[in-house]
Design a protein around this ligand. Structure first.
Ligand code: PEP
Ligand code: CO
Length: 447
């Protein structure tokens, strides 16, 4: 039955709309069994946390926080390991320390982790040497190896993804509650390179400076200042695989509405932002704060339609627009977007994703992103917002705490021939830890 009343929403009303980017499961009863299991498992996050993030995003919109959202393009099940999770947390903490110190503002940290397991792809099928198989859609759906077994969508992966997200989040929460993120102890976050990187001195100076300020404030206050010993981390992932999202959409006692309790902050990707599509339908009905990726192909009517549909009551903190326009196009599109949203009086938080508009392929078959293009887009983003009387409220990045070689450039000037040394991303190229920290150091010059 079509949804004729535009206000009517249920967790499954998306099923009446065209749902792109969904896998074709070969066995529907296996899918239904997995979804029923998933729907019974405890949630990963709580409605309190979700509402708290929404309130903090509203404050970020008002200029009280700068948002750092970052992590893998695609998390993999195999990378659900203590050192990899801890290193990713370390680089995000180091970046946020630099941002707090350099921008003189509080930082709101949102990881692209604990559930970033499903990926949109430009084609449903992939052909190699005359053999055609389903595309790899992220570990939540299938496996990257090019064999019929690996590429067959397997619904048991939905449960595995939930388990690995829970393990990731459990470890992150444990580290943070145990004092890992304590600003008094930035040495906990040292990654090996800090000692021999060209950026080490700048970073160390900021650490020392901030440490002095914290000690000074605590001397004045005569007691430890609580906020410095505990930071918060929120989780986010692209709300792509709607069967899984629906199975984790719940009501809770003493709060109104439906919550997606698989993550604090789901976002709608560029390929699934169709106003009449299933993803927008699903997202409009949940209470979570929402992100939407905004690309150059999005005209003003479409953009406004998204604002109206996803935030009809114009609640501050509800909607974050993440523009990913590319260094070459941001100047042509961002001003009209800022103007359109402002004229309509929509409260939004603006983030810049300088990764997805700057992807290119090398001659030797790698997807890469030049560090300079990323930097260029971010610099323009800050300037354009300022020029339009708006404010860039944060960044959305693909990064890792490992020493990968996926993006070219940066302080060590990685070249295309370096890429084969340590290219491990299954989808998009990420900043390595050094490039990520360098970017944070540059952001404070722009902000
Ligand atoms: C992503 O964030 O990994 C992604 C696919 O982005 P976009 O939807 O902006 O292309
Ligand atoms: Co990506």
């Amino acid at each position: 039955m079509p949804v004729t009343d535009p206000r009517r929403w249920t967790p499954d009303s998306w099923q009446m709309r065209p749902a792109t980017q969904q896998p074709q499961y070969p066995d529907d009863s296996a899918l239904q069994t997995a979804l029923a299991d998933l729907a019974r498992l405890p949630p990963l996050v709580t409605s309190w946390e979700v509402n708290q993030l929404k309130a903090q995003l509203a404050r970020a919109q008002a200029g009280e926080f700068f948002v750092l959202q970052g992590g893998d393009c695609a998390e993999s099940f195999a990378d659900c390991q203590a050192p990899i999770i801890a290193n990713r947390l370390k680089v995000l903490l180091q970046m946020s320390l630099v941002l707090v110190h350099g921008l003189r503002t509080r930082v709101l940290r949102i990881g692209r982790f604990a559930g970033q397991y499903a990926k949109p792809r430009s084609a449903d099928l992939e052909t190699r040497d005359g053999v055609t198989l389903p595309s790899y859609r992220g570990d939540l759906v299938n496996a990257p190896a090019f064999t019929p077994e690996a590429r067959a969508p397997d619904p048991r992966r939905l449960l595995e993804g939930h388990a690995r997200s829970a393990m990731t989040l459990n470890f992150v929460r444990g580290l943070i509650d145990g004092g890992f993120a304590d600003l008094h102890h930035p040495e906990y976050w040292d990654l090996d390179w800090v000692r021999h990187s060209p950026l080490a001195a700048d970073y160390q100076r900021r650490v020392d400076n901030l440490g002095d300020s914290v000690r000074f404030m605590e001397t004045l206050a005569g007691r430890p200042v609580g906020d410095f010993s505990r930071v918060e981390f929120f989780t986010s992932h692209e709300a792509l695989l709607l069967w899984a999202e629906q199975a984790q959409t719940r009501t809770v006692p003493r709060a109104e509405g439906w919550f997606n309790l698989s993550t604090h902050f789901p976002w709608i990707g560029m390929r699934t932002a169709d106003l009449a599509g299933a993803h927008v339908e699903y997202c409009r009905g949940i209470e979570n704060p929402l992100g939407v990726k905004v690309g150059a192909a999005m005209d003003n009517d479409w953009l406004l339609g998204l604002c109206e549909t996803l935030n009809p009551r114009r609640i501050p903190g509800r909607l974050t627009l993440i523009h990913r326009l590319g260094a070459a196009q941001i100047g042509d599109h961002l001003p009209r977007m800022i103007e359109t949203v402002r004229e309509a009086g929509h409260p939004v938080l603006w983030l810049c994703d300088p990764m997805h508009g700057n992807t290119r392929s090398t001659g030797n078959g790698y997807k890469t992103r030049p560090f300079d293009a990323i930097l260029d887009e971010l610099t323009q983003a800050f300037d354009l917002h300022r020029g339009c009387g708006s404010r860039l409220g944060g960044v959305h990045l693909e990064l890792t705490g490992e020493d990968v070689t996926e993006c070219t450039g940066g302080a060590r000037n990685l070249t295309e021939t370096d890429l084969s040394r340590a290219y491990t991303s299954t989808v998009d190229p990420r900043l390595n830890y050094e490039q990520a920290l360098e970017l944070a150091l540059k952001i404070v010059e722009m902000g």
